[in-house]
Design a binder for this molecule. Structure first.
Ligand code: HAM
Length: 412
């Protein structure tokens, strides 16, 4: 370990082979968003702490214990962004995007930070792909957003994916429901896990997440929000469901589905993958019809999701791709090294991937290096200035005019 330093706990370095796998995911997402008319937005990696306190919610684990917060030199409390929805809504309000044709469809990708206990699939710095449609409560938007994540996971061939779906109703219905749920939990306090008991009045929904046997049996009989949606919310949910059915997107209803952020209303969903172990969620999201207003904007319904790139990569569990190069330019005589570099530059300008030896290897060593970098052909410059072209697969060799390398090798 150089100098004794390691990447900080819960973080990791992305080395080139891994970077290529990550880029493939980002490119697939970008292509899907571009085809669907989503514009890219980038917000800062840090924000005022209060944005998350107000947006994500005081009662959530994220705000309570997972934020990387610090005071800047000006005495402001700053937080490394733990999620992207509150910042994107902040930007929506700040830039008056409610005056644009609605909905405003946005996507982003980048690093997020949560001070969680690291384990497989859970890091302190991770990367999300995020999509949001702000300014519509149309069930079609719910179906479109869910469809986009479904398409991304399909296109990447993520195995073992399942979609879970539920509705939380409006903020009013939800707060009425939470009172009922708290009453139910208080009634059965003695049977609950200690940490659930302590949080009954702070975050009763989290009781649905518990693995504690007593808590689970209390929760099996608990009132379910999905059973008591008001007419409008129930009809909205009904429409989302039939749109998903029509689109051939399979889901299971999960009345116990909860998400770790307070802003959700109505539709919520979660894509889980059976290859992932404890951190089984690949991506998820839902409606947040009150958030923009809560952050000082006009009443603005919206929906979105985020998916973790690292979790997608774990679930794919594929071999890193072998490197590939169109041409390696080798020299039989060191006097030709400068010319080799000039030919490499020309090949690159012609759109080919090309490399030359940068370490003073013998010809044999250069051929071996050409193999290692996955070169399909090697151009060997002889001492007299002539050249041979070797097919690295068959080993066959033929003369080639080095001054016409770009044309002969299919560059443009
Ligand atoms: P979230 O469920 O907190 O939602 O995170 C979304 C995804 O980010 C998760 O499904 C997971 O793949 C990934 N993720 C979260 N925490 C970690 C971690 N510590 N390590 C690795 N991956 C992680 C949100 O963040 C919402 N902003 C989603 C949303 C957008 N809702 C509406 N719009």
């Amino acid at each position: 370990v150089s100098g004794g330093f390691q990447a900080p706990k819960g973080t990791f370095d992305v080395l080139p082979a891994e970077a290529a796998r990550r880029a493939r995911i980002e490119q697939a997402a970008r292509a899907i968003f571009e085809r669907a008319g989503y514009g890219r937005i980038e917000t800062p990696a840090f924000e005022d702490t209060e944005l998350f306190e107000r947006g994500v919610g005081q009662s959530t684990d994220i705000v309570n214990k997972e934020m990387f917060s610090f005071e800047d030199q000006g005495g402001r409390s700053i937080t490394l962004r733990p999620e992207g929805t509150a910042p994107i809504c902040r930007a929506y309000v700040e830039h008056g995007m409610h005056k644009l044709p609605q909905p405003v469809k946005l996507w982003c990708s980048g690093p997020f930070f949560r001070h969680e206990r690291p384990q497989a699939g859970r890091y302190r710095q991770f990367t999300q792909i995020d999509a949001e449609a702000i300014g519509t409560d149309d069930p079609l938007a719910d179906a479109e957003l869910i469809g986009l994540l479904d398409e991304l996971l399909r296109e990447l061939r993520v195995p073992g994916v399942e979609l879970r779906l539920s509705s939380l109703g409006s903020l009013d219905a939800r707060s009425r429901y939470l009172d009922q749920l708290k009453a139910h939990l208080h009634e059965h306090e003695a049977e609950l896990a200690k940490e659930v008991r302590e949080r009954i009045d702070i975050n009763p929904l989290r009781a649905f997440d518990s693995n504690h046997d007593g808590t689970r049996s209390v929760m099996a009989d608990a009132p379910k929000l999905l059973d008591q949606l008001d007419d409008e919310d129930a009809s909205h949910f009904e429409q989302v469901r039939s749109l998903l059915d029509a689109a051939g997107i399979a889901y299971s209803l999960d009345p116990t589905l909860v998400r770790g952020l307070d802003y959700y209303t109505r539709t919520i969903f979660s894509f889980v993958c059976d290859r992932l172990g404890a951190q089984s969620e690949i991506g998820g999201g839902g409606r947040y019809d009150g958030l923009v207003e809560q952050l000082g904007g006009p009443p603005t319904p919206a929906i979105g999701w985020a998916a973790g790139i690292e979790r997608i990569l774990i679930s794919l569990d594929e071999e890193p791709e072998a490197p590939q190069r169109d041409v390696f330019v080798a020299t039989a005589d060191s006097g030709q090294r400068g010319r080799a570099m000039a030919i490499v530059s020309e090949l690159r300008r012609g759109g080919l991937s090309a490399e030359a030896d940068l370490a003073g290897r013998s010809l044999k060593g250069q051929i071996r290096q050409a193999d290692r970098v996955g070169a399909r052909r090697t151009l060997i410059l002889e001492k007299d200035g002539s050249a041979q072209l070797r097919d690295m697969h068959s080993g066959e060799q033929r003369p080639i005019d080095p001054d016409r390398a770009v044309e002969e090798l299919g560059g443009g």
